[in-house]
Design a protein around this ligand. Sequence first.
Ligand SMILES: *Cc1c(COP(=O)(O)O)cnc(C)c1O
Length: 400
Amino acid sequence: MSEAFLSHLSATLKDIEAAGLFKRERLLTGPQGGRIRVGGPKGAREAVNLCANNYLGLADHPDVIAAAKSAMDEFGFGMASVRFICGAQTLHRELEQAIARHLGKDDAIVFAACFDANGGVFEPLLDEADAIISDSLNHASIIDGVRLSKAKRYRFANSDMNELEDRLKEADSAGARFKLIASDGVFSMDGYVAKLKEVCALADRYGALVLVDDCHATGHLGEKGRGTPALTGAGGRVDIVTGTFGKTLGGGMGGFVAAAQPIVDLLRQRARPYLFSNSLAPPIAAGALKALEIAIEADDRRALLQAHAIRFRAGIEKAGFKVLKGETPIIPVMLGDARLAQDLAQALDDLGVFVAGFFFPVVPKGQARIRTQMSAALTTEDIDFAVSAFAEAGKSLGIV
Ligand SMILES: *Cc1c(COP(=O)(O)O)cnc(C)c1O
């Protein structure tokens, strides 16, 4: 091993550390939930969890666990193959048909993760004659997926409809054959909902397709959890929905693209992360399917989630913190400085509240924050406990 190379890497790591940008991973000693066990030097302790994407609290739902266990008995542990070589199981098809039905699309195709779905969706559908117009706050996996396609790339400032229109005109002037607008449904760092109705109106005017990545919405936002197309009223005008089973829908893993039949059919022929990667493990597919079934019927959990978001927002603002306005269960507490965000996260950790500081490069420099996320697995007492911990830690650090 080259010493020069290793010391080059060590220097980079030191720079990350010196800038206060080093990410440390903590270890849980039990299941994901509203209250979790966090390992530490003095042993594991309990904490109220405000940083999982476990919006409906299905990650340790007994029925999801039971479905996964019985699928393991019936279908085994692993698939040990890609689908076009060795086939999929009936489970995988059921999962695809169920998510497609839920989102009102002809069909869906399941990937190992939404990162793979986004990585694989653009390249087969569009080529150098086409244009992709992407929101500046889109998830890293969309950015990478767009880079992997040969289409011409355009970017517009987050939810800026004037810029989007300018980019559509530019793409037209450049002679684009097909144009696709790509947007997150919920921008995960800010919790903002995309202006999908306006996006779709522009798409109509300029004859563009619309793709929405609804990872932070499918299952918990919109009527019956149909996500941001339902929430915003854009509905079926959104041509392609990508999403995950790794968040609200059980939090296991797996991603999907739901769309019109020819789109899904072509992705099955050409999407590289689908063709050259293993199928979801049977227990994971069965757990996701059960989680979807539960989520569709879970109006009670969606109502609780929303009530928590309202209560936490009000409490934290009253305590003197600056939060971004919004209507989703993502509530970013803005701190500015990366070190301050880390210090507050540490102080909250000591008080039994599990949060994560977000800073560059995940969010822009100077916009460090603690992104809190509500969950139906939390109780009202948990929310109040978390608000008082924020107030106490904020005072001790001179933030409020
Ligand atoms: C979480 C997330 C992904 C990645 O999903 P995985 O299934 O975990 O790979 C993609 N896009 C967005 C917007 C996300 O929030």
